[in-house]
Design a protein. Structure first.
Length: 534
């Protein structure tokens, strides 16, 4: 080492040496405390910095619309939300998907979350036959070409498909409770000036039920879609989890099994992929007459059974039913890309001959096999099939349940309903195509005179005793924008071809009737989203 460097070190070495000796003999506790305070302050500063960064991210997310929001479970219309991830049937009938922030239309009352469901519709419908059925198609009553209605077209605007309601969610004693209400404006009105001075359309109850689920068990009571309606997934009663198509027609599809009625159901979830259940639903001994459906021909001496012991749509809820309709169903969902289900129904009919008071009882029933698969990304294939004896009421009433023989005994009518198709989603566009129909078997008997025929589909029967009703329909839904905070605006268009063919064709009469229908619809869907599942 050079001398000029060594000299300064020798000068300072005693000082440094004394300092180290002092530090060893007299620990500076105050300095250590000061160091600890500085370390803690540094930690707090870092924590504050991270909190500011998180707040900045939240502010940035609030400034932008939610990107690709997930579809909500509940739904209030028959529309799937375009752009939603492929899966079993999210539909645009109810609130919109939940974004990363709470919807302003989600109301908290204590521990209960309440959201609005519904949409505002303006529907335009054009038909090349004057079916006079409003915005719903009466598949069993398409006009023949030998009547004036078969030579007239019709056009109308209507807001009646608009829907309003609410959904309430709560967790009570370890169970999740959902209350659901929904109504539209397709109710029967006694006013005669609906098209003259005031379109005062009447609200109509669609759904009103409560569902309680705890662990593997679930119970539902109230008015809901029948459990015989095909599901898109599981056995859920929420509209978005059911299949009643994406069409604008408020009577949906020919051959589809559906009704909305009061009842109770019990469900069991043995695993994440299997659900089984039994429902007890409102019964009704139906011989036709609803929504243009044909009425069976009764024996001449038993005409009083119509509207009293059997529903012919002239009286409401007067039929003396023996017990509820019993429906059992099991669903398999091995993945979000597949759903398979099997269902069965048992019904019992009973009447009394008013002449000799002899009673008759007959059991009817049927079964359904339904499935849907995602065959490509955003493309889903559906097939729904039903066979039954005495289940015509569940085919939108397009077929009667039964005929009555001259002695008062009951014979169920065999029916078959089927429909299927494809739904494809690409960004904000949804395309749909369906084909379906219903087949009604003839069922005849001799009247008491031994010569006249009664029942359904006999030689000389009315031309609305249909052998078959078929429908082909296609369309699209274009969503202009959607957001969990603001709602959605969509345009819907549908083309529909229907045809029906009777069992008996009189000489010189047409062999069938057909109709072409076009729907155009502008829809605003209310914002909102249910709380996240726990």
């Amino acid at each position: 080492m050079k001398m000029k460097t060594l000299v300064p070190l020798l000068c300072v070495w005693p000082v440094l040496s004394g300092s180290f000796s002092f530090a060893q003999d007299n620990p500076p506790t105050e300095i250590e405390k000061l160091k600890a305070v500085l370390v803690e302050q540094q930690r707090q500063i870092e924590s504050l910095r991270q909190a500011v960064a998180e707040q900045q991210k939240m502010l940035e997310s609030l400034a932008k619309p939610a990107a690709a929001p997930r579809p909500v479970i509940a739904s209030t219309t028959p529309m799937a939300i375009p752009g939603a991830p492929a899966g079993p049937g999210p539909r645009m009938e109810a609130p919109l998907p939940q974004a990363d922030i709470p919807s302003p239309l989600q109301l908290k009352v204590g521990d209960v979350s309440i959201i609005p469901v519904g949409f505002m519709d303006l529907t335009a419908v054009w038909r090349d036959k004057n079916a006079a059925s409003g915005i719903g198609t009466n598949f069993a009553a398409v006009p023949f070409g030998n009547v004036a209605a078969g030579h007239l077209t019709e056009f109308r605007f209507s807001p009646q498909n608009s829907r309003l309601g609410f959904r309430a969610d709560a967790d009570v004693h370890g169970a999740h409770v959902i209350g659901y209400n929904e109504f539209d404006f397709l109710g029967t009105s006694g006013s005669n000036n609906l098209g003259v001075t005031n379109g005062a359309f009447v609200p109509r109850l669609r759904l009103y039920w409560v569902d309680v689920r705890k662990d593997q068990f679930e119970f539902l009571a109230g008015q809901s879609w029948s459990m015989l309606v095909p599901n898109r997934k599981g056995l859920s009663a929420l509209p978005g989890d059911l299949f009643y198509s994406q069409v604008m027609d408020v009577n949906y599809l020919a051959g589809l099994t559906w009704t909305r009625q009061p009842g109770v159901r019990f469900l069991y979830h043995p695993s994440q992929t299997v659900t089984m259940g039994v429902s007890l639903e409102n019964p009704n001994q139906y011989i036709g007459g609803s929504a243009g459906g044909p009425v069976v021909t009764l024996p001449s001496a038993l005409g009083s059974l119509a509207g009293g012991q059997f529903d012919n749509s002239s009286n409401v809820l007067n039929t003396p039913n023996l017990h509820p309709d019993i429906i059992a169903k099991i669903a398999f969902d091995p993945s979000s890309r597949a759903h398979i289900e099997i269902a069965g129904i048992e019904r019992t009919f009973k009447d009394v001959n008013p002449i000799n008071f002899q009673t008759f009882t007959k059991v009817g029933g049927g079964g359904s096999a339904n499935f849907n698969f995602e065959i490509a990304k955003g493309v889903r294939l559906f097939s729904n099939n039903h066979w039954g004896d005495g289940t015509g009421r569940y085919l939108f009433g397009t077929a009667p349940d039964l005929i009555v023989r001259s002695n008062g005994s009951i014979s169920p009518i065999h029916v078959h309903g089927h429909n299927g198709g494809i739904e494809a989603t690409k960004k904000n566009t949804l395309l749909f195509f369906y084909y379906g129909g219903a087949y009604v078997a003839p069922n005849t008997a001799l009247d008491a005179n031994g010569t006249s025929l009664v029942g359904y589909g006999f030689r000389g029967s009315p031309n609305n005793h249909n052998r078959s009703m078929e429908e082909l329909t296609l369309g699209f839904i274009q969503t202009f924008w959607k957001d969990a905070r603001w709602g959605a605006l969509s345009y819907i268009m549908q083309y529909q071809f229907e045809q029906r063919n009777p069992w008996y064709i009189a000489a010189g009469q047409p062999s069938g009737a057909h109709d072409n229908t076009i729907y155009m619809n502008l829809r605003y869907t209310l914002p909102g989203a249910p709380p996240p599942a726990k």
